[in-house]
Design a protein around this ligand. Structure first.
Ligand SMILES: [Mn+2]
Length: 503
């Protein structure tokens, strides 16, 4: 390899330049070793000859064209190997923790389109694994090594309901395959983050926090929602080296702030911000596969009205209550209910609701104003795996709690979002007003003022420590902090007003 400078793409780090975090490939080796150790402790796994076999993400063409969707590695494969290329396989010898990668054998003329075609030895150094072969050699390599059982990945993602991609290759039929052992074990490994993983998560959360800060100073009436999205993505990539966001940016202003997954294809962040709007911007960058997931809510003009303050503080109080109470041993479901209780209490103080808050929760009012869970595990996936593994609490059928992506007891090393919200969603409000058990708590005349008002969500990314939680997010949170931060740059031009002739 001729190019050996620090940013050489074949160096055994993930890095995007001197100004971005250098992620050593030992992060993935440690993950593999953790997994192999857990599997060695599983009595159903033979002492010799067991191999984890994972298939990496595949390149997906855009419909019938010769263009592909931007590639993002499959998360279990990323967790084990950190490989950036598509169409690979990876194996781990459970007995020795030895790692083997298989890369596609590309025709020589690909060099014209892709540049140098790397050798298996280049890849071995790049990803710091023990052996590298071509994908057409998998069956031969595994038989030579005396594989007695292949552990493949098969399981349903409890957020999407979709199945993990189980490894398949030519001649896999000649092996004994077990596809039930691996999924719960590797998913549980992913739930508890290693110190090196935490370092990457802290980095991507910091980059995303700064990108939100940049957006806050860009936002003003007249800006389009997608211009806020553009400002976020520009900062995350240009400053943080994050080529991807972890999910489509949700940039809802005004009424759109009450649409939980606004920003989708049919509503592509295309409204223009108006004076007096609340903005709810939920955006998170992705670095080396690891996700951030942060939501900031603030007025488009940088100054809260009394109503905006009331709703915002009801949510902020809920967030603070959870921040203070969350620690190892605490049930996430209890935290969800705590957040509901504090937030609904704020709406009582604000005059929108009347009555006993605990009774309201039993009547399902929590889900009317916050029709989503308090938060979720975060890692390589924005809604990370492990929420409902065997041996942990199952999904509740109660209002509100049934929306939780996990009901687990907190454990040190978990990373989660804390994201209470309060939304004025017409269909939810109409349903509640038509339901006597719920309507009796609602002060109709007061509520009407908030129709079309949107919503507030405050979302932080936290690490569960031995004694509590550490908030990795660093954005202005109180109304005073937000107003002070947004004072700067109020008079700068909108992007569409900047012409080249200005230069
Ligand atoms: Mn989230």
């Amino acid at each position: 390899m001729a190019d050996t400078q620090a940013t050489c793409p074949m160096e055994s780090h993930f890095v995007r330049g001197e100004h971005t975090l250098k992620v050593p490939m030992s992060l993935f080796r440690e993950n593999r070793e953790r997994l192999a150790a857990v599997l060695r402790g599983n009595t159903a796994v033979p002492e010799k000859g067991a191999f984890v076999v994972l298939q990496g993400g595949v390149e997906v063409p855009f419909n019938d064209t010769d263009i592909s969707w931007p590639f993002r590695q499959e998360s279990y494969f990323q967790w084990c190997f950190g490989v950036e290329e598509p169409d690979c396989y990876g194996c781990i010898d459970v007995t020795t923790s030895e790692s083997i990668l298989f890369f596609p054998r590309l025709p020589a003329e690909y060099a014209v389109w892709q540049g140098t075609l790397y050798t298996t030895d280049d890849f071995r150094k790049r990803y710091a694994v023990d052996k590298v072969y071509y994908t057409d050699e998998i069956a031969d390599v595994l038989s030579e090594r005396g594989a007695s059982v292949l552990l493949t990945l098969n399981g349903l993602n409890t957020d999407s309901g979709l199945a993990a991609r189980e490894a398949v290759f030519d001649k896999i039929g000649q092996f004994n395959v077990n596809n039930t052992l691996l999924y719960p074990e590797i998913s549980e490994c992913r739930v508890i983050k290693s110190p090196r993983e935490i370092e990457v998560l802290k980095y991507v959360v910091k980059v995303s926090s700064d990108a939100h800060r940049a957006v806050m100073r860009t936002v003003r009436p007249g800006l389009a929602e997608f211009q806020a999205e553009a400002a976020f993505m520009h900062h995350a990539y240009s400053v943080g080296g994050c080529r991807h966001v972890s999910y489509t940016c949700i940039c809802g202003s005004g009424h759109n702030a009450s649409i939980l997954h606004y920003g989708h294809a049919g509503a592509p962040n295309n409204r223009v911000l108006k004076d007096g709007d609340m903005c709810l911007f939920d955006m998170g960058a992705n670095y080396c596969g690891y996700a951030a997931d942060i939501t900031c809510s603030y007025p488009a003009n940088g100054k809260f009205t009394e109503d905006q303050k009331m709703v915002y503080n009801a949510v902020l109080d809920a967030r603070n209550a959870v921040m203070n109470a969350a620690k190892p041993g605490v049930s996430w479901s209890k935290m969800h209910l705590l957040a509901n209780r504090v937030m609904l209490g704020g709406l009582v103080k604000g005059g929108i609701l009347v009555g006993d808050v605990d009774q309201m929760i039993l009547a399902g009012l929590g889900e009317v104003f916050q029709p989503h869970g308090l938060g979720h595990l975060l890692g390589l996936d924005v809604h990370d795996v492990g929420g409902y593994l065997p041996g942990h609490p199952t999904r509740s059928s109660e209002p509100g709690l049934r929306k939780l992506r996990t009901a687990r007891t907190l454990k040190a090393g978990m990373v989660l979002t804390i994201e209470p919200g309060c939304y004025f969603i017409d269909c939810k409000l109409d349903e509640a007003l038509a339901n006597g058990d719920q309507a009796k708590y609602i002060v109709r005349e007061e509520l009407e003022r908030f129709r079309g008002w949107g919503g507030v969500r405050i979302e932080d990314d936290v690490l569960v420590t031995e004694t509590g939680v550490e908030n990795m997010t660093d954005v202005p949170r109180t109304t005073e902090e937000i107003e002070a931060w947004m004072t700067v740059g109020r008079n700068s031009k909108l992007p569409q007003e900047c012409k080249f002739s200005d230069a």
